[in-house]
Design a protein around this ligand. Structure first.
Ligand code: ATP
Ligand code: MG
Length: 180
């Protein structure tokens, strides 16, 4: 039973540097150590074999991770119809709102929600619906570059990752265990 007295926080990890999803996963690990239940809903992300999926499975039912995206949207090798991305984002939205209202999870993570908003897959009203659905004793983390001003205003914590150096600049490709 989640204490009704707990002060739930709204945390935002944004910016163009690497580490937003990683920071959310680190917080999840910490929360799991307290015996909490965690749920991460991933927007956009699709077919890559992300290490966090198997990693989360090691915690059994206490760490739910739902990869709800259809894959990269309008970049890389995206050749899916627009409608497929929209339906995936709408399904992710419903799952997220349902999870926040479900009462099972202490910490809920909306991974890449900012990117879904920035690219128009979800609307500002959708994001506001998520914020309104959060009970006051549940922690919510929203990640993704391009956090909108209204979200920054409402958040209790906002960290902007700033790129100083990235292996990509040397032509080094994404590495398993580090990038996915
Ligand atoms: P991570 O999931 O590694 O914490 P992130 O959530 O901060 O990264 P995203 O915008 O979600 O960043 O990008 C995900 C992927 O893009 C990761 O593989 C990450 O290494 C890579 N990436 C992130 N920032 C940069 C950057 N500044 N230049 C090149 N690649 C990047
Ligand atoms: Mg990310």
């Amino acid at each position: 039973m989640i204490s009704p007295r707990r002060k739930g926080l709204l945390l935002v990890y944004t910016g163009a540097g690497k580490g937003k999803t990683t920071a959310a996963l680190g917080t999840a690990l910490r929360a799991l150590g307290h015996g909490w239940n965690v749920c991460m809903v991933q927007f956009i992300k699709g077919t890559w074999r992300y290490g966090e999926i198997k990693g989360a499975a090691a915690f059994g039912e206490r760490f739910e991770l739902h990869r709800m995206g259809a894959g990269f949207y309008k970049i890389q090798d995206d050749d899916l119809p627009e409608e497929v991305h929209r339906e995936a984002a709408a399904a992710a939205m419903e799952l997220l709102v349902g999870t926040l209202q479900g009462g099972k999870h202490d910490l809920v993570i909306a991974d890449e929600l900012n990117v879904a908003l920035e690219t128009g897959l979800v609307s500002p009203e959708d994001v506001k619906r998520v914020l309104a659905a959060r009970p006051s004793n549940i922690h919510l983390i929203i990640t993704g570059r391009g956090a909108p001003e209204f979200l920054i205003e409402q958040a209790d914590l906002v960290t902007e990752m700033r790129e100083v150096k990235h292996p990509y600049q040397q032509g080094i490709k994404a590495q398993p265990g580090i990038d996915f």
